[in-house]
Structures are given as C-alpha cells and as structure tokens.
Design a binder for this molecule. Structure first.
Ligand code: AMP
Ligand code: MG
Length: 488
C-alpha cells in the first residue's frame, strides 16, 4: 500500500541500543528548502507515492523543519582509520539517522539525513553539506545501483538559502539517504579502541540479529559475521574495478558492514583507462588510487578483524578468514572481466588475456566504457572502425584481438548471443565526472533539468537511448581535468 512520508512506519531499532551508541537530537532546519531531485526508484523502497503532497513533505523533512512523528533522530558515534591513521573520534558530524522504516514487504531501511546541522561529533565542521556534494552522491548511488553494484541509495536532494562557507559561499543542502544499514567498520573500531567490550559485543549481536538472524544461535557467529563482511567487501571492490569506479576515500569509517558502497565524496569513473587513477585531489600519496582499491579493502578488513579480537577466545580464526580475501577478490574480478569479454568456460590463459588488454587500455589511454561497449559489437577477424578509432596505436591492439578471436571462437556460441550477453554487462552510459559537473553547474543556477535527464540514462545504462547519445561520449578537454576533493 502506498504511503506518505509522514506516515512512514519507523521501527527505530538502533535507537533502542544503550546511549553509548549515539546522541539523540533534532535536525537544524535550513532556510527555504527547495526540492532539487527525487528518485522514484528509491521512493519505491519505502512504498512512497511521489505526488505533490509527498514531495512537499519530503522537502520539509529533508530541509529539517519536519520530522515524521514516529522517527527518532540520532547521531551515531564511530571512529576509524583515515588515510592509514587512527582517528579516535568521528561519528555523524553532519548527518542524522532519522530512524529505520519497515516497508510493506517487511524490509527495514535506514533513513539518514546528510547535512542536518551540527552534532556533538562535528569537530571543526559546520554540520552542513553543499549542493554539489549532495548531487554527486545522489547521482552516484543511483548510477551504481543500476550497474548492479551494492550501494546505499538516495531518495532526494534539497537545497536552501542557508549560506555555507567552503572555498566560497555555497548553499546548505541535504540528501536523504536510504540504506540497509549505517553501521560502519568504524563503529566496531570505536568500541574496541575505547575498550568498551560489552558495547562491542552488543553491537556485534545487534548486527547479527538484524542482518544475519540465522546465525544468532551459532557458536561461531562472530566468525561468520566477519567472513560475510570479507566476502561482501571483496565482491563490492571487484565490481568497482570491473566497472572502472574509484571510491576516493576508503577510510574505515566509510566502509559499510554490509559491503555496500558508502559515503560518496570525491569518487570517479575511469574515462581514459589509467591503473593509477587518483580521483581524490586531496589524496597526495595515491593511497586510494584505482589500482590500490583491492589491497585497501583487504587492509580495511584487517582493521575490522582487530576490532573483533576481544569477542573471540581464539582470534587466529579471524586471520584465516582474512587470508581468504585475495582469492575471493581475484576470483570475482576474473569472473566479472570474463563476462565483460564475453568469455565462457574459464580457461587458464584468461587472466593473461585480460591483463594484457588492460595494459593496452592503460598505455594507449583508451576510454574504458567506450572500449568495452565497442568490443560488445566486435566480430572476430573484422576489427571494426568503432574499436580502432578509439586507439592511437592500432598494431598492439590488433595483435591482442588475434588472441581474442581464437579465444571467443572456442566459446562455440552464436556471435549474436555473445554480443547480447556482453551488452548486458558493458554499460553504454556511466556517470562520467564531467556529466555530473555539468548537472551541478546547471543546478547551481536553479535549473535541475539536467539531473533528471542524466538520470534517464543512468537508470538503464545498458540500453540504447538514441536521443541521449551525447551522454555516451568521451569527456571534452575541460572535463578531463576536473579536480574533486574531500571539501564538501
Ligand atoms: P566524510 O569525509 O564525509 O566521510 O566525513 C568524515 C567525518 O567528518 C565524519 O565524521 C563526518 O561526519 C565529518 N564531517 C564531514 N564534513 C563535515 C561538516 N561539514 N561538518 C561536520 N562534520 C563533518
Ligand atoms: Mg564518511
């Protein structure tokens, strides 16, 4: 049954945990909130009917002036490793968990308001978010979802007349985020490093009870929990790599315990493929470069393992589970890349074929998305102009294609069928940085139409959209040099 935001059925289970887990407080309203964008797909998760009155209520809720009656807003406390160093005091410095909503199917969804004003965890910040960062999160969460990558979702973005000061004056804005959970690796680290081992245990029990109830009575439930986190994290990162996505700030406070892409900041999609792509302008050492993401995922799981040690009599089990990460990651990555290449029935040389292709893409600065889409139409022996036009040095690619020809012929599958399969995993449209930037620049003048139109292709990235072909093009020169930093 369709409902309105005011009537959402909040269950507020996190708020029933002891108060060492959070600080209860209300959002601080923005001046004259205006709805910038709203996602019907995300609204469906909460059974919301997106009519005018629903949009009005959402604007007020996101603007902080209205809190649904049964909601119980709170700021969560957590800590985490940022750029490799432990930061003992983080927490929701500019966001509030409004509560968890149970939908008609009985699913529970967290509703989180990002940009809701100062909290006890704001440190030196103002508790606010700006329009550009809210739009970036909105576009990316919906884009990744439609690419099949586990992610938090975005219900709507609101902006306002409230001034917020970054490098220049900007508009205070908010994002209403929907997610299965807001529990981060950093939650566990906080209770481990503050030596609150009872709370640590309560948190682990809460996580198991709500997300993995089947293990509640198992002796090794904490190991099972860790094993799942490791698996989900390895899978998520393999999907990032296969889709050319760089997160940009893989601090442990930005890692969801359910392996969903979380806390979008200075992320980026590959245009011209570069192994060492650094999307975060503030990442001077390249710690979170594209090529580093799989290893950082492993390192982050190690930090979580450390935090779980007090829960186990024999902590060596955690190390064993952690040791499974590299294989879990590379098996998943190999299978995703094999699908992108249209390979069937794994063969021993497949890894080498994939690696050599990526080397070509890297050396020739080939556009990652356009290349794989063009390969999805390629016929062995007939290097199409669509493919060849992409590269500056055709010969090495032709040599690679000869090997590829032999390999796909062994698929013993009709050509058409392979093309069909490949087009379902090689998107035509991805959220290129310059596309997000164009939508942001228009929105900053009060024109939100570009966000909506861009969303049309991001919602069905594998389909052809003949009227919107321009979204499938390489970035213009200005769009290659955009710099995105943590300041948001
Ligand atoms: P993020 O870089 O968004 O993952 O944030 C890292 C930490 O800084 C979290 O504890 C955030 O809540 C906090 N934070 C980020 N921006 C602000 C802000 N403008 N005001 C207060 N806290 C912030
Ligand atoms: Mg964060």
């Amino acid at each position: 049954m369709k409902t309105s935001p005011d009537q959402l059925n909040f269950n507020n289970r996190f708020g029933r945990l002891p108060d060492v887990f959070y600080t209860r407080l209300q959002p601080i309203p923005l001046d004259h909130p205006k709805l910038v964008a709203v996602s019907q797909n995300a609204a469906d998760l909460l059974d919301l009917e997106l009519g005018d009155s629903c949009k009005q209520q959402l604007t007020q809720i996101a603007g902080g002036s209205r809190v649904p009656e049964s909601a119980d807003p709170l700021a969560m406390v957590y800590s985490g490793h940022q750029f490799g160093s432990y930061n003992p005091q983080l927490g929701d410095g500019r966001g509030l968990l409004l509560g968890e909503v149970t939908n008609d199917k009985g699913e529970s969804w967290d509703l989180h308001l990002k940009g809701a004003g100062m909290t006890p965890y704001s440190r030196f910040g103002d508790g606010r978010a700006v329009l550009r960062s809210c739009i970036r999160e909105y576009l990316a969460s919906e884009a990744l979802f439609h690419l099949g990558i586990p992610t938090t979702r975005a219900l709507c973005v609101v902006t306002s007349d409230t001034p917020v000061y970054r490098e220049t004056e900007e508009r205070g804005s908010t994002l209403l985020r929907i997610a299965k959970t807001h529990i981060r690796f950093g939650h566990f680290e906080y209770f481990y490093y503050t030596q609150q081992h009872d709370a640590l245990k309560t948190l682990a029990e809460f996580t198991i009870q709500n997300y993995f109830p089947q293990w509640l009575n198992k002796d090794d439930k904490y190991c099972l929990l860790f094993k799942t986190v490791v698996e989900k994290t390895a899978h998520m990162i393999a999907l990032w790599q296969a889709n050319g996505f760089a997160h940009g700030v893989m601090n442990t406070d930005n890692m969801s315990i359910l392996g969903e892409t979380f806390d979008y900041g200075p992320y980026g999609f590959q245009d011209d493929f570069n192994w060492h792509y650094i999307c975060n302008h503030s990442d001077h050492s390249g710690r979170y470069a594209f090529s580093q993401q799989p290893d950082i995922g492993y390192w982050n799981c190690g930090r979580l393992a450390q935090a779980l040690v007090p829960l186990l009599d024999d902590a060596s089990a955690l190390q064993k589970i952690l040791d499974s990460y590299p294989t879990l990651y590379s098996d998943k990555y190999l299978s995703l890349m094999s699908e992108k290449l249209g390979l069937r029935e794994e063969e021993p040389e497949d890894s080498e074929l994939i690696r050599d292709l990526l080397q070509q893409l890297h050396e020739q600065h080939l556009d990652y998305t356009l290349f794989f889409r063009a390969l999805s139409n390629y016929q062995p022996g007939q290097a199409s102009s669509a493919l060849m036009d992409l590269c500056s040095q055709p010969d090495p690619l032709k040599q690679w294609l000869q090997r590829y020809d032999e390999r796909v012929l062994r698929n013993s599958e009709p050509e058409q069928q392979r093309h069909q399969r490949m087009k379902q995993v090689n998107p035509k449209y991805v959220l290129r940085n310059y596309l997000a930037q164009t939508a942001i620049e228009k929105a900053e003048t009060g024109d939100y139409s570009e966000i909506k139109q861009l969303m049309t292709v991001l919602k069905s990235p594998y389909d052809e959209h003949p009227d919107l072909e321009h979204y499938a093009q390489k970035p213009p020169e200005w769009g290659k040099k955009l710099e995105v930093s943590c300041s948001s």
